[in-house]
Ligand binder design. Structure first.
Ligand code: CDV
Length: 320
């Protein structure tokens, strides 16, 4: 009996700063109804899906910053989404900014949750790879202050849900081979990833034209090299003057894209994903137990940055 998960992409168009959470949740509910109408078991929403992408602004007033965070989940604003999920019997992945209390102090994470078909939160993930910068950099067209507003999460776990082994990551995580391999080593069969990716990359503007290519390249490589499904979902379009890529898609363990969104607005697309298809890769080319050579990989965890071998000098490009 194949293990099918019907997965829907719940891509969002832009959320402007003046848009309320209630308005956004209505949009999420509309996408959930569409997904349910075509037989979805699970819908995946973007990173920070309840508000505008606030790290684009430098803010000093903590109350203003905290207005973008959720102190509990579900809360008043998101309860209608959980209620609809329960009514329709559909699960979801949702990204949001989390304000947690830990040992008497506030800690802020860029978080996603996985909610099962009974509307129960079955897993929480806190973003590990926080891109951007921590200080105000006025030379940029817009800021990307994730390093200022969030604390990195502890790591990548997996959860048994939807009849398989599910994992989560958020946006910049999808560009790192380590993200997928750590979950691959736990037998992951489907990795869910929400993202906000501006077309313009201030430190490397030459990459702007490649932003959609890099999006697919990363997720296709992660899927194939670990024999897992990968589901990537954008918040796309022009938000507060900043254009972000769409390109939401579902990638099979073969590395092939099997479904994609076509617009940069609110859009649902769906694929029927056979989790047993993972085994075709996980038992052959990427049978880790037979073929991996961990004795050769020590540097990956021992070293953070590049250290040149003795006697070698850095290429001019790296010295700049
Ligand atoms: N939200 C993100 O993590 N965005 C980054 C951008 C800044 C490059 C990304 O990797 O898409």
């Amino acid at each position: 009996m194949p293990r099918y998960v019907n997965v829907a992409l719940g891509q969002l168009g832009p959320i402007q700063r003046a848009d309320s959470r209630a308005q956004v949740v209505q949009r999420l509910c509309a996408l959930m109804r569409e997904a349910h109408a075509v037989g979805a078991h699970l819908i995946v929403y973007p990173e920070l899906a309840l508000t505008t992408f606030f790290p684009r602004w430098y803010m000093e007033d903590q109350a203003e910053i905290d207005s973008f965070f959720e102190r509990e989940m579900p809360n008043e604003a998101t309860r209608p989404l959980f209620a609809l999920a329960r009514e329709l019997g559909i699960g979801f992945y949702l990204g949001y900014a989390e304000l947690a209390e830990e040992g008497g102090r506030s800690v802020r994470y860029n978080t996603s949750i996985l909610v099962d078909r009974t509307a129960r939160i079955v897993a929480k993930y806190r973003k590990v790879h926080l891109p951007g910068h921590a200080e105000h950099e006025p030379w940029r067209r817009f800021q990307h202050l994730e390093k200022r507003y969030f604390t990195p999460g502890p790591g990548f776990g997996v959860t048994r849900a939807f009849g398989g082994v599910m994992g989560m990551a958020i946006c910049n995580d999808r560009r790192w081979a380590e993200t997928y391999r750590v979950m691959g080593l736990q037998g992951v069969e489907m990795v869910l990833i929400g993202y906000n990716t501006p077309v313009h990359n201030a430190p490397a503007p030459d990459h702007d034209d490649l932003s959609l290519f890099h999006n697919e390249l990363s997720m296709q490589a992660g899927a194939y090299q670990n024999g897992t499904w990968v589901v990537g979902v954008a918040k796309a379009g022009v938000e507060e003057g900043v254009d972000s890529i769409g390109g939401s898609c579902i990638v099979a363990p073969s590395g092939e894209v099997v479904a994609r969104c076509l617009t940069k607005g609110d859009e649902m697309a769906i694929a029927r994903c056979d989790l047993d298809f993972c085994g075709i890769y996980q038992r052959t080319t990427f049978d880790f137990d037979r073929h991996r050579q961990p004795h050769a990989y020590g540097l990956i965890v021992e070293r953070k940055g590049v250290t040149l071998a003795a006697g070698e000098s850095a290429p001019a490009a790296r010295q700049a």
